[in-house]
Design a protein around this ligand. Structure first.
Ligand SMILES: *[C@@H]1O[C@H](CO)[C@@H](O)[C@H](O)[C@H]1NC(C)=O
Ligand SMILES: *[C@@H]1O[C@H](CO)[C@@H](O)[C@H](O)[C@H]1NC(C)=O
Ligand SMILES: *[C@@H]1O[C@H](CO)[C@@H](O)[C@H](O)[C@H]1NC(C)=O
Length: 200
């Protein structure tokens, strides 16, 4: 009981320090932001749909186009369970273009910079961690996403764990779905990003 109470006191103290620090951060940046928090799933404080294009280096001559590459060798386990030994443990690092419309040639809105790796033995299943880096007249800043890409599900949710710049301290959920899968070397994801905590 004693432990619980002192923990909650400590929690309160930490919370007040955090609030104080946040206030100071706002002052230090010379701007004060208003925190908008949405408690309803269908009423995010910001919403956008973007398309992520992953063009994986194919091992021969698409070096000019490729924006993603496997950064690991097949693991002993992947070699043991799949014939080509690519999946389990394969880590791909990417600097992929993100567009507002489906077409790869449509207007780029951000870069997706980070990695995914395949984390199941028998089938494709991945885990993602990356930043959406915005650098346009519309938006400057980053949104940071991470989570399990449960590829057998039609749609899956990644957490938006934070943000910087125009997306200062943002939090939310990005619902992703495979929009196109052209062999092993190109896929496109549709990402519906909903923020439930925004500072404006
Ligand atoms: C790509 O590489 C293959 C062999 O790896 C070669 O036959 C082909 O001519 C190359 N294509 C281009 C456009 O360089
Ligand atoms: C790799 O991509 C290049 C350019 O798109 C293509 O010419 C080549 O045939 C591809 N190689 C393989 C092994 O898929
Ligand atoms: C952002 O865009 C500006 C203007 O085009 C450019 O000078 C700058 O290098 C870009 N920054 C990044 C991180 O790409």
């Amino acid at each position: 009981m004693q432990i619980v109470r002192s923990c909650s006191k400590l929690g309160l103290t930490l919370a007040s320090i955090l609030i104080l620090l946040l206030g100071l951060a706002g002052v230090a940046h010379g701007r004060s932001k208003t925190r908008l928090v949405s408690s309803y799933e269908d009423e995010p404080c910001m919403k956008m749909t973007v398309y992520y294009h992953d063009i994986l280096y194919n091992g021969s001559n698409n070096t000019a186009n490729a924006t993603a590459a496997a950064a690991t060798n097949p693991t002993a386990l992947s070699t043991a369970v799949t014939s080509n030994g690519t999946y389990f443990g394969m880590l791909v690092v990417f600097d992929d273009v993100v567009t507002a419309e489906q077409a790869l040639s449509s207007e780029p809105v951000a870069r997706a910079q980070g990695f995914y790796f395949y984390d199941r033995k028998e089938v494709l299943n991945a885990w993602f961690a990356f930043s959406l880096v915005f650098n346009s007249t519309a938006h400057k800043g980053t949104l940071n996403l991470m989570g399990a890409d449960l590829m057998s599900e039609k749609t899956r949710d990644l957490s938006v764990v934070g943000g910087t710049g125009d997306f200062f301290m943002a939090r939310g959920v990005a619902t992703i779905s495979a929009d196109s899968f052209e062999g092993f070397f190109y896929f496109r994801l549709k990402m519906l990003i909903k923020l439930y905590e925004c500072y404006v």
